[in-house]
Structures are given as structure tokens and as C-alpha cells.
Design a protein around this ligand. Structure first.
Ligand code: ATP
Ligand code: MG
Length: 366
């Protein structure tokens, strides 16, 4: 899977830019605040209509302008696709593949997949469960449009139920709809757990060998999917999980009403990470944290390849400079095969033996 060309209008600090890329390594270099991360962000947007740092699409539109346009030429499944995103201030974004309007963001994943590793990914190990759920969700959404649709429905249900629980004492009639929301949340939640369970199982196979290679065999990595306590087998069919979720909801009904919080469901899931049997979140060193986060992302890349038959595009934002020479060499060795974008501040990092280099200066690509 290759992004052969990209065109941007009014995206972040890019007024207008167009570039053609190498199917191998593309080094994006330039000083701070010139647009390196913005470029990688544009590429990820074309794979999922989401980015790692924008909460709302309007943040991606250039200051003082009311729209932005992104267009990517993608070679995948032995075909060529033109993916486009039109962002509008105050209106819903529109997505197109070969000129046909897409109904959901999840459909982009059928044409184009990306895996991004950036400095903020250290929070994948260090921060709370929400970061790790986000990691699972972003990856599964790209691979399974059905999951993306279920996740979006679950989020809406969760918001509605949260409002009911928050306001029911002032407005008791709200409780009339609680059972309906609970039922649907259990149905949709069961789908999320089922997909997450399968995804983590594959990560459990793929990630530890990468971490072991990375650390010269000194570190063993353990991963475990933590979900609702009544769920006995997260990989079971959603129907079986549904019954178990209902049971958990019923047991927590009183607690939810008195705490006015939604306590039951996969919105509290976590992926625990251990290094040498100890919680990575609590005990990992800076280097181990970075290595574990990168191992997870590289495992994800391999999983995408197993699934789609093609390497997803790998985006490494400003991360190689943080690694020592041996770990840098390991990463560069490990990523041969697919298309890679590497951003860095200096021109010559010895990482562009083959491929192309682009200098980014004030929102222009040279
Ligand atoms: P660093 O090496 O420091 O990470 P970078 O080259 O990755 O720098 P970017 O994060 O891409 O820098 O940001 C480049 C510039 O784009 C920043 O000055 C930022 O303020 C600006 N910028 C961000 N959002 C917008 C926007 N919506 N409109 C215009 N400019 C923006
Ligand atoms: Mg940056």
C-alpha cells in the first residue's frame, strides 16, 4: 500500500502543497514548527478521517479560512484510488474515493491504512486506560468498518445514558428510557468486546518478539485485555457476551443511579502492558516505555499486513532521534518492505539510503 502523491489546500499551515512520494522511505525534514507533523497528520487523516491531535476537524482548517482540502493518490490491492477529504467550517466533512462519496469514515480503511508512531505515544504506556482504548479503537476501525460503526453508535449511547444518569433526580421521567439504552449498549458493547478480544489476541502473539529483539532479548513483554468482569471469553460470539454484559449492568444498576455515572460497559476497558512481569505503566524506564510503545505500533503494522496482504504506510514522527544508534538501526531494519515517512529536524540522519527527502519550510514542501 503506497501513497504516491498528496495534495493539500488550506490544511493547517499548508496554503497549497503537492508532492509525489517514494514507495520506500520518505524523509520529511525541517526546523521546528514548519509543518512536518502537519504533513503526517494529513496522511493519517486520509486513512481514518481522524488524527492523533485534533479533536475537531475545524482545527485542521487553516486559521482564517473556512475550508480545507486533502487529496491522496493511493496504490493498493493492485489498483489506484484517489481519496479526497473536504473539510468545512461549521458543516460536516465529506469523504470521497474515486469521486464517489463515502458514507462513513470507516470505509477509508478499505483503501488506505496507516500506522503512526509519535512522541505522544509514550502515553500509550504511561497514561490511563483511555489512551490504550484509543490505540485499539483506531487500529480496529481501520481494519473493520463494522467496528467503526459500532463504536460510533456506542459513543452516542454512552453520552445519552450519561445524561440520563446525571439528570434523573431532577427529571425522574428520564428513567423510562434507561432500560432501552442499557439493552442497546449491551448489544453494541458486545460487538466491541468481541473485536477487541480478537485483536488483542493477535497483538499478544506479535508484540513480545519485537520487544525481545529490540532489547537484545532482555525484556519480555506481556499484554492482557481487561474488560467487563462478567465476560468470561472476550473472543466469544457477541450474543454470548451480550448476556454477560446485561448481567453486569443489572448488578451495577443501583450503583450507577446513586453515583450518577455509567459504570458498566466496555468504555472502561484496558490493555495492560507488563515488562518482565511488572506493570509497565508503573515501573518501566523511559527507554523501556518508548520501546514498548514502538513495539506495539510495529506489531500493529504486521497485523495489518496479515489482514490486508499489504504493509500499511508507517509514519514515524520525530522518534528516531530519541533512540540510540542500535535501536535506530533495529527500527530501520524492521521497517523495510513497506512505505515509510520519517520526520526529523536535521537533514542527514543516515536514514535515507534509498527513497526521497523533502524539506518542509513554513508550510511548503521542497
Ligand atoms: P516540530 O519539529 O516542532 O515538531 P513541526 O514541523 O512538526 O515542528 P507542526 O506541528 O507541523 O510543526 O506545525 C507547524 C505550524 O503549523 C505550527 O507553527 C502551528 O502553529 C501551525 N498550525 C497548526 N494548526 C494550524 C492551523 N489550523 N492553521 C494554520 N497554522 C496551523
Ligand atoms: Mg512535529
Amino acid at each position: 500500500m503506497t501513497l504516491t502523491a498528496l495534495e493539500l489546500d488550506f490544511f493547517r499551515n499548508y496554503l497549497h502543497a503537492r508532492a509525489e512520494f517514494s514507495p520506500g522511505v520518505n524523509v520529511i525534514w525541517g526546523e521546528n514548527a514548519q509543518g512536518k507533523t502537519n504533513l503526517l497528520e494529513a496522511i493519517t487523516y486520509l486513512s481514518s478521517a481522524r488524527t492523533h491531535r485534533a479533536r475537531y476537524d475545524k482545527e485542521l482548517i487553516q486559521f482564517g479560512v473556512d475550508h480545507a482540502f486533502l487529496k491522496g493518490e493511493v496504490a493498493s490491492r493492485e489498483r489506484r484510488f484517489t481519496l479526497e477529504a473536504r473539510l468545512h467550517w461549521g458543516a460536516r466533512r465529506e469523504l470521497f474515493s474515486n469521486g464517489m462519496k463515502l458514507k462513513t469514515a470507516g470505509e477509508l480503511g478499505e483503501y488506505f491504512n496507516t500506522v503512526l508512531f509519535c512522541p505522544e505515544d509514550l502515553s500509550l504506556i504511561r497514561a490511563g486506560a483511555a489512551e490504550r482504548r484509543c490505540f485499539l479503537d483506531d487500529a480496529i476501525c481501520q481494519l473493520r468498518p463494522k467496528y467503526a460503526a459500532a463504536l460510533s453508535e456506542y459513543r452516542k449511547l454512552y453520552e445519552s445514558k450519561t445524561r440520563i444518569l446525571r439528570d434523573w433526580e431532577e427529571k425522574p421521567s428520564l428513567l423510562d428510557t434507561l432500560d432501552d439504552f442499557n439493552l442497546r449498549m449491551a448489544q453494541v458493547g458486545a460487538i466491541l468486546i468481541h473485536y477487541r478480544g480478537h485483536f488483542v489476541k493477535r497483538l499478544v502473539d506479535l508484540t513480545p518478539p519485537i520487544q525481545a529483539d529490540f532489547s537484545g532479548g532482555r525484556e519480555s513483554l506481556g499484554l492482557r485485555y481487561e474488560t467487563v468482569s462478567t465476560v468470561s471469553d472476550p473472543e466469544a460470539p457477541p450474543k454470548a457476551i451480550f448476556e454477560e454484559l446485561l448481567r453486569h449492568q443489572q448488578a451495577h444498576r443501583e450503583a450507577e443511579l446513586s453515583s450518577r455515572q455509567c459504570l458498566s460497559g466496555p468504555h472502561k476497558d484496558d490493555l495492560t502492558v507488563e515488562i518482565n512481569g511488572k506493570s509497565a505503566r508503573q515501573f518501566a524506564s523511559q527507554g523501556q516505555t518508548r520501546t514498548a510503545a514502538l513495539s506495539l505500533k510495529l506489531a500493529c503494522r504486521e497485523l495489518f499486513r496479515e489482514d490486508t496482504g499489504e504493509w500499511p504506510v508507517l509514519l514515524l514522527d520525530d522518534v528516531l532521534s530519541e533512540l540510540d544508534a542500535q535501536r535506530q538501526a533495529f527500527v530501520l531494519e524492521r521497517i523495510t518492505g513497506g512505505q515509510v515517512f520519517i520526520s526529523c529536524c536535521e537533514e542527514d540522519k543516515g536514514i535515507h539510503k534509498s527513497g526521497k527527502r523533502f524539506r518542509v519550510k513554513n508550510g511548503a514542501l521542497g
